[in-house]
Every structure is written in structure tokens, then in C-alpha cells.
Design a protein. Structure first.
Length: 202
């Protein structure tokens, strides 16, 4: 009985498969940046839009890297789900609550894309507002709900998951998804290769 209580007191929550893949991929992205440029990626510095991702300043920019979200109060989509009376697919909730980060550049079989994440806690809530707007648009158009998580170089083309199935699809904003990319978000992430971040010094 004593050993059982001792075990339960020391339980740790294991990261989901999505979280593990995102952490691994963000590490690959930073490794590529360091290997090819000798530095972390840069973002324009904004004293009103700080992030735990920020490292050291360089002129009007700051070096950054993705960091795990470790806030004592976990980030959730509870308010969104209550407002829309919808349950978001667990994969997309894991995706957006694993790291803070600027967009992470990647390459899939269809071409280049930017994986979207929250830069800070305020950005996480702004992200939720954008997702709410996207889902309301889908409802108005009588289309199945999707949640975007990446953008492409082609205007209005986004990568989303189908909320009901967790499948990854390509869609044009305002239209039904038109090409299936993977059966799941984890399957999709496994196909990605990191790409260099845009060079702000040019």
C-alpha cells in the first residue's frame, strides 16, 4: 500500500505524440539555422510584444528560438469551445499549447509552408479569436469545421486539420478543403523537413 501511494505521488504527465514531434521538429529547425547561418533566427524587436522565445538583441532585432510552454496555469481552448459549443480535436489543442514560437519554416511534399504558433500568452488568445472567426465563417458557409495551423507562399492557401477526423488538408480560405495531405497531424509533421527562416538582415 505504501509503495502504491508513493508511485501515485510521483506520477508525471507524459507529453502527447504531437507535443513530442513538435519539440523534436523545432529542435531540428534551430539546428539547421545554427548549421547554415551560425546563429538563431531573428525577429524585429517590439518592446510591447515580448516573448519567452527572445534571446539576445541585435540592433532593432532579437534572436529567438522556440521554447516549451511551461506556464503554471495551462493554456486551454475552454472558452472557445464553450463559446462555439464545439469540441476541438485534441491534436490541434496539443499543437498550439506545446511551444511558444515565431512561425517555423518547413518544407512538405507540396512545397514551402510556415507553421504557426503563439509568440506569447496574449498571442495565444489572439490566435483563438482568429480560429473563432475561421470556424464561424465555416458555419456560415455550411462547411465542416477546420482549424488552420500553417500558411503557404500561395495567397489564401492554408493547411488545416478537419476537426471531426483530425486529417490534414489543404484549403483556400472560404472554400472547402480540396487536397488531403495526411491521415493525422502527427503523420503530417513526420513528413516535414525544416527550412531556413527568412533573413531579416537582407
Amino acid at each position: 500500500m505504501t509503495s502504491s501511494n508513493h508511485f501515485s505521488d510521483n506520477k508525471t504527465v507524459q507529453p502527447s505524440q504531437i507535443a513530442t514531434l513538435i519539440l523534436s521538429f523545432s529542435d531540428e529547425f534551430i539546428s539547421l539555422m545554427k548549421e547554415k547561418t551560425g546563429n538563431l533566427p531573428l525577429v524585429h524587436f517590439d518592446e510591447d510584444w515580448l516573448s519567452p522565445c527572445e534571446q539576445t538583441r541585435k540592433d532593432d532585432c532579437v534572436y529567438w528560438q522556440p521554447v516549451p510552454i511551461t506556464s503554471q496555469k495551462p493554456l486551454t481552448f475552454d472558452n472557445l469551445e464553450e463559446a462555439l459549443e464545439i469540441s476541438l480535436h485534441p491534436d490541434i489543442k496539443d499543437y498550439f499549447t506545446t511551444i511558444y514560437s515565431e512561425a517555423v519554416e518547413a518544407i512538405c511534399e507540396e512545397g514551402a509552408l510556415s507553421l504557426l504558433f503563439a509568440w506569447n500568452e496574449d498571442d495565444f488568445y489572439r490566435l483563438q479569436e482568429n480560429i473563432i472567426g475561421h470556424i464561424l465563417m465555416k458555419q456560415k458557409l455550411k462547411q465542416a469545421p477546420t482549424i488552420f495551423f500553417a500558411v503557404t507562399d500561395e495567397e489564401d492557401i492554408i493547411i488545416s486539420i478537419m476537426n471531426e477526423t483530425g486529417e490534414v488538408w489543404v484549403e483556400r480560405v472560404g472554400c472547402k478543403p480540396h487536397k488531403k495531405m495526411a491521415n493525422s497531424l502527427s503523420d503530417f509533421i513526420k513528413t516535414l523537413k525544416p527550412a531556413l527562416a527568412k533573413d531579416l538582415t537582407i
